[in-house]
Structure formats: structure tokens, C-alpha cells
Design a protein. Structure first.
Length: 381
């Protein structure tokens, strides 16, 4: 009776005998020339598994091609099985063959993880060690190799997340050092995502790890005092491009949306900073703000509206100031299709029409009867 379950590794006494088919030619009655036997010796390997479970004794001989691990013969208790039954032994064969390699890797995985977790940021930790382990596991096909591949990917991404936070919050590193280090970590996540051998759950974990690194990178770029506004925008554009190349819109929107939101929010803050600069004239501010809006539009940000609103707020203040209608202190401005008010007081119809046109052009939005925009005037000024 065939009992595949008797091949369980926990009950199996694995001899792991790897020999050539030629060595067994006389036993099996397979004649051949010396040349043929030498060819077989270089291509065909043999694995013998003896099972000694409770009230059960069995011996299974599996012969397979060394190059692609394709089974060519299975002998169970002296009886050759038909090729249709070879598939039952594939996972057992791969597990037996790969388990010694995996056992050698486990101490290295643990060592690399513990070293990274206790990392002092005074030195930059190379993640090549764990990456090399991942590459070795990717060349294995057994179930146990797949589980350890997922486990290693989880540890690697956990390290990337920890390092990203440590670097971003560090008071010992300059903003430029932070940018370069987080870029490398984001690249690590991208490489794992593109490997596509991790399963859906692990891919989601790495995806959000990459999103975290990208968001923190954009945040650090914005804080840089050495980069110009245009240099920051170029860096942000590159981060977005990297995310878009890795995560397709429509498949996994969450991570990309969060990064695009952060990019739009940073560009909105850039406009706020420009408005606060007292040494700039209104004309200079307007020119710089227009450039930021142009860049944000070119990036095709999903949340571009927040940049457009900031641009509209600036133009609105300038228009009200020019018309002598800008209040001294903070006030609430409300814009509707039929009217515009400041603290409940209606603005002249002609001014309302100017503001409405300005708003629709800047925000690329047509007003309907129920459209309403509420903004605070003179905030943070």
C-alpha cells in the first residue's frame, strides 16, 4: 500500500545518498557503454529515504536529473512507480535536498537581524548580508525554503523600517546624510518588490515599508537647507517615479496614494513658506508659486488640489488687498456660485465674479449651485 505520509521528514531517516545511475546499472539490469554510464553519472543523482515510523518500514529511492531536479524514476519498497505518481515525491525530494542548506543559513539570518536591530547610526549598516541570504533562498523551491524566504523578507523589511525611522529622527546626521541613507533603504525595498517571489502578504508588507521610506525621504528632502527649491522638487519627482515604476496604480493603490499625498503636502508647504518670506515682492512670490503649481501639475499628483488651493489663497489675498477689501486680522472667506462673503458680509458682485473666475482657473473646477469653498484669511501671516 502506498502511504506518502510515511515519507514525513520527522519520521524519516534520511540517508541522502547521492550516486549516479551508472553505479546501479548492474543491479537494475540496465546495460550501457562506459561513455553512456559516464554521461548518466554527470546528470542523474539518487536519493534514498528510509522511513522507520511506528509499525511501518519503507524505503524509497528517487532518481532525478541534477540540472533541473526532474524525477526520472521512483522505486518504493523495490517496486518502480509509474511517472504519473512522481509528483507525489517532488516536495519530499526538494525538502530533503534543501534542508541542509537552509540549516546553514539560519544562524546567519539571526546574526544579521540582531546586528541591525542594535545598530548605532554612527556607522552605516550594509544590508548586503541579508540580501545574499535572500538570493540563496530564492534559488530553492521547497515549501520550507519558501517559508524561510518569507521570514527573511519580513526581517529585512523590519530592519529597513527601523533604520528609516532612526535615520529620519536622528540628531547626529545632516539632512544630506539622511537623504542618501534613506534612498538606499528605499532601493532595497524596491528590489524585493520587483523580485516577485514573496507571496501576496509579504509583498504588501514590503510595499508599505517602501511607502514609509518614500514618505520619510520626501519629508527629509523638504527639510534640507542645502538644496534649492528646484532641487527639492527634482528629488521628489524621482521618488515618485521610483514608486510608480514599482507599484502599479490599480493593483495596490494605498502605498502610492500615501506617497503622492506627502509629495503634494510638501509642495503646499513650499507655497506657504514663500508667502511668509517678507524679503520677496508680491511679483516674485507669484512667480515662484506659479512654478511650484506647474511642477505639481506635471507630476500628475492625485492630491494636486491642495497645491491649487494654496495658490488660490495667495491670489485671493492679493486681489482683496489691491481692492482695499482685505481685513486686518483673521477672517472667514466663503465663495459660492452666486456670492462671496468675508465674515458674513457680501462682497460686490463685480469682485465676486473676478474671484469666481480666478478660482475656477486655478483649481480647474466649475462651480455648481451647491459648491462652497471656505478659507481663512490672514492665517499664519
Amino acid at each position: 500500500m502506498k502511504k506518502t505520509k510515511n515519507l514525513s521528514l520527522c519520521a524519516a531517516l534520511i540517508f541522502g545518498i547521492l550516486t549516479s545511475t551508472a553505479a546501479f546499472a548492474s543491479v537494475l539490469g540496465k546495460p550501457g557503454t562506459i561513455q553512456e554510464q559516464e554521461e548518466e553519472k554527470s546528470e542523474i543523482k539518487q536519493l534514498t529515504i528510509k522511513n522507520s515510523g511506528f509499525r511501518s518500514r519503507s524505503t524509497v529511492i528517487i532518481r532525478y536529473q541534477d540540472k533541473d531536479k526532474k524525477i526520472v524514476e521512483v522505486i518504493e519498497n523495490g517496486r518502480s512507480l509509474p511517472p504519473s505518481e512522481f509528483s507525489r515525491y517532488e516536495s519530499v525530494m526538494r525538502k530533503v535536498l534543501e534542508l541542509p542548506q537552509i540549516n546553514q543559513l539560519l544562524p546567519e539570518i539571526d546574526k544579521a537581524y540582531r546586528r541591525a536591530v542594535s545598530l548605532d547610526l554612527s556607522e552605516e549598516y550594509p544590508l548586503d548580508h541579508l540580501r545574499d541570504i535572500m538570493k540563496e533562498l530564492e534559488m530553492m523551491d521547497s515549501d520550507i525554503a519558501r517559508r524561510y524566504r518569507h521570514f527573511t523578507a519580513f526581517q529585512l523589511q523590519d530592519i529597513i523600517n527601523r533604520l528609516t525611522e532612526k535615520i529620519a529622527d536622528s540628531t547626529d546626521l545632516s539632512q544630506e546624510e539622511k537623504i542618501e541613507r534613506i534612498k538606499k533603504l528605499m532601493k532595497q525595498s524596491q528590489e524585493m518588490m520587483l523580485a516577485k517571489k514573496l507571496g501576496e502578504r509579504r509583498e504588501r508588507l514590503i510595499e508599505f515599508g517602501m511607502e514609509n521610506a518614500a514618505r520619510r525621504l520626501i519629508e527629509v528632502i523638504n527639510k534640507s537647507e542645502e538644496k534649492s527649491q528646484q532641487e527639492k522638487i527634482i528629488e521628489i519627482r524621482e521618488v515618485l517615479q521610483q514608486m510608480r515604476e514599482t507599484i502599479n496604480k490599480g493593483e495596490k493603490e494605498g502605498a502610492r496614494d500615501m506617497v503622492e499625498f506627502e509629495a503634494a503636502n510638501v509642495m503646499r508647504k513650499m507655497i506657504e513658506d514663500i508667502v511668509r518670506q517678507k524679503e520677496l515682492t508680491a511679483q516674485q512670490k507669484s512667480k515662484q508659486i506659479d512654478q511650484i503649481l506647474k511642477e505639481a501639475t506635471a507630476m500628475k499628483l492625485e492630491q494636486n488640489l491642495m497645491v491649487q488651493v494654496e495658490k488660490f489663497k495667495f491670489d485671493l489675498h492679493q486681489l482683496l488687498k489691491e481692492k482695499g477689501l482685505l481685513p486686518e486680522g483673521k477672517a472667514e472667506f466663503v465663495l459660492k456660485l452666486r456670492e462671496a462673503t468675508i465674515d458674513g458680509k457680501k462682497l460686490p458682485k463685480k469682485i465676486h465674479e473676478q474671484i469666481l473666475k480666478l478660482c475656477q482657473e486655478t483649481m480647474e473646477k466649475k462651480f455648481s449651485s451647491d459648491t462652497k469653498i471656505v478659507l481663512g484669511l490672514n492665517e499664519n501671516r
